[in-house]
Design a protein around this ligand. Sequence first.
Ligand SMILES: Cc1cc2nc3c(=O)[nH]c(=O)nc-3n(C[C@H](O)[C@H](O)[C@H](O)COP(=O)(O)OP(=O)(O)OC[C@H]3O[C@@H](n4cnc5c(N)ncnc54)[C@H](O)[C@@H]3O)c2cc1C
Length: 409
Amino acid sequence: MVFEHSPKTRDWMKRVQAFMDEYIYPNESTLDAQMAAFGANRWQVPPILEELKEKAKAQGLWNLFLPESDFGAGLSNLEYAPLAEIMGRVLWSSEVFNCSAPDTGNMEVLVRYGSETQQERWLKPLLRGEIRSAFLMTEPEVASSDATNIQTSIIQEGDSYVINGRKWWSSGVLDPRCQVYIVMGKSDPNEAAYRQQTQILVPANTPGIKVVRHLNVFGFDDAPHGHAEVILDNVRVPAENVILGEGRGFEIAQGRLGPGRIHHCMRLIGMTERVLEMTVQRLMAREAFGSYLHEKSVWEQRIGEARVMINQARLLTLDAAYKMDTIGNKAARAEIAMIKVAAPRMARKIIDEAIQAFGGAGITDDFKLSYYYAQARTLSLADGPDEVHNRTIAKVEFAKHAPRPALAH
Ligand SMILES: Cc1cc2nc3c(=O)[nH]c(=O)nc-3n(C[C@H](O)[C@H](O)[C@H](O)COP(=O)(O)OP(=O)(O)OC[C@H]3O[C@@H](n4cnc5c(N)ncnc54)[C@H](O)[C@@H]3O)c2cc1C
């Protein structure tokens, strides 16, 4: 077992770090100012984002997330992990490297399962960073963490499919660059549970699509990306827009969510590492009751535990990345589930204590701690709630033991 990154990974880390230092950190306030200048209409793209994307692309710091693929930088999950962590320190920066959700998941789907026509029409502009995309699975009417519940209908009529349903938490739909949705729905309710679902590509301007409302996250709008509730009312698209084939939606969803989950966790670790640095600096700079705050034993305990928790989460994440690379996403499902449970919890606890350390300043917007907290809290739900992931881990655990005789009732 080798507990250090390879020379290749270290080189990539240096390059991403240098880009962050030269272009991302100095422009955090630029992006905030550009968003503020939009006033009430925040569903616009701050020009700095597109400027920085061109610079990252020119330096080859582009599409780093696609494991071992000719379409991207050719990095494994293990090689990408520390890069995502570096990006995670600034929440919007992953987009600059064309590595942000949900485009990354959608591109992975199109790389793995898309037809040549679908790749030409949608994957290539996504890979070039010219358009953005959304993934529409979750529905307000059903418990969507169990994807077999999804009710939206996708029914073939001649050489088209007609889609009817209501989705929500459709991230990215409000971004003016979002041109395509991957929609999951039921094509045959009489099939076996895991063969009823289909995924289909729907251009964002198709008649019958109605964006009903924007959804805030703890009051934050997440603009210009955002999340929305969407009605699909007799939306008609060509039959060739089906991905992989009718009834294969569940299979695609499983393939899609593994890498997306680990990317979120890697970025969360970067974000929390930054929060810990801010906390330490704050504690070392302020005095109360005759000594610096960092000298109080309660803060020694909290900072010590924070370091333990971040390192635990990082090692767990790297282990999951390694297993995904070596035994595949399906066999690594317990490891993926473990970090999906552990990383948001770790982040939440450390950010909560950072807010405490900052006192009243902690809940203002000045240090973004409340926004970080909202992000970390969200990730115990998005891409599946903790309970569902714990269930996956437990099933693997139970499967290690011989079946028990049935209990007599
Ligand atoms: C910010 C954000 C962005 C999102 N982006 C997208 C997106 O782009 N596209 C998309 O399709 N969806 C998106 N989602 C939706 C997200 O994936 C779902 O909210 C999540 O999968 C849970 O589904 P649900 O909301 O229907 O909750 P439900 O399925 O109703 O679950 C509610 C609760 O029930 C409990 N529960 C569920 N199953 C079990 C179990 N087996 N055992 C015990 N308890 C259980 C859990 O406590 C769970 O939190 C996003 C969500 C958020 C918050």
